[in-house]
Design a protein around this ligand. Structure first.
Ligand code: X90
Length: 276
């Protein structure tokens, strides 16, 4: 096989049409269970278990041998990982990439640090797919993807930052203030791939308007949008309507978060990836 796209499960994609694709699962671990974030994971079941569960929970990223297995048989690999600002996934993939390329001079691996997660990763992956299918060569795809990444953004809204804060992925003081206020937070993936809280809107309606306002602030003028939701399909559909009201030409797709993003975004969380 010539090209293959590999991604960790933070992209929320399980399959991709037209090109070889493999998702390498992260894991969600409690004292009682290990949830592997692959296609067999019952995400809603996991979230329901975790809601009742009072003990500790954490996540772990793929190791380099899991990435090596996923690269297998491909000459040219594009590997998109969750932000290196919050996870070791990019590092593990980079170790694997070096080993894989060293084994055979005909192989090339581009490891792409999304500095983001979920829908923004999915947009990047879909762009790589488009470039492969249009017949572009490896180096040209790499260059165009680096350019494309400058144009994509992630905005999120969260009802709880409990798991993010308990696992040291966000400043505990920030999480505490949001928790104490009992409000949703809206934020963005920062330029270095960490969480940046921008607003504390009150009420579901205001939250959605706040997301659209932030999209405009980031420079959205009606390109592609992906909304990934953690068991919040109603909110996702209303958000799509609001985006289309203001930007009738936008192309908006809705899908569900898989295990990793669901664990951190928690029930009701919305992740919005878009082009500027
Ligand atoms: O290596 C690991 O165990 C994975 C750690 C992942 C930590 C953060 C995941 C965040 C998921 C939450 C809202 C969006 C934040 C975007 C920041 C770049 C979703």
């Amino acid at each position: 096989m010539e090209f293959k796209i590999v991604s960790d499960s933070s992209s929320d994609l399980l399959t991709l049409d037209g090109v070889a694709f493999e998702s390498v699962p992260l894991k969600i671990i409690t004292d009682e269970n290990e949830y592997v974030d692959d296609s067999s994971l019952d995400v809603f079941g996991m979230l329901t278990d975790l809601k009742k569960y009072k003990g500790k929970s954490r996540t772990s990223c793929p190791n380099s041998s899991e990435y090596l297995d996923a690269f297998k048989e491909a000459k040219k690999v594009f590997c998109v990982t969750i932000t290196s600002g919050l996870s070791g996934s990019y590092n593990a993939a980079s170790v694997a990439a070096k080993e894989y390329a060293d084994e055979d001079s005909g192989r090339e691996v581009a490891v792409i640090d999304s500095l983001s997660t979920g829908p923004e990763n999915a947009l990047v992956i879909e762009k790589i797919r488009e470039l492969i299918l249009s017949g572009e060569v490896f180096d040209e795809i790499k260059r165009k993807i680096a350019e494309y990444q400058k144009r994509t953004r992630l905005i999120f809204s969260l009802e709880s930052m409990h798991n993010l804060s308990r696992n040291g992925r966000v400043n505990p003081a920030v999480a505490k203030i949001a928790g104490l206020l009992g409000v949703r937070v809206v934020g963005r993936a920062s330029d270095v791939g960490t969480l940046e809280i921008t607003d504390k809107p009150r009420g579901a309606h205001n939250t959605l308007s706040c997301i659209v306002e932030n999209m405009k602030k980031e420079g959205f003028v009606g390109g592609r949008v992906r909304i990934h939701h953690a068991e919040s399909s109603g909110q996702a559909a209303t958000l799509k309507e609001k985006i289309l009201e203001k930007f009738p030409k936008a192309i908006v797709d809705i899908s569900k978060t898989r295990g990793l993003c669901s664990f951190y975004a928690e029930l009701g969380g919305l992740l919005v990836g878009f082009e500027t």
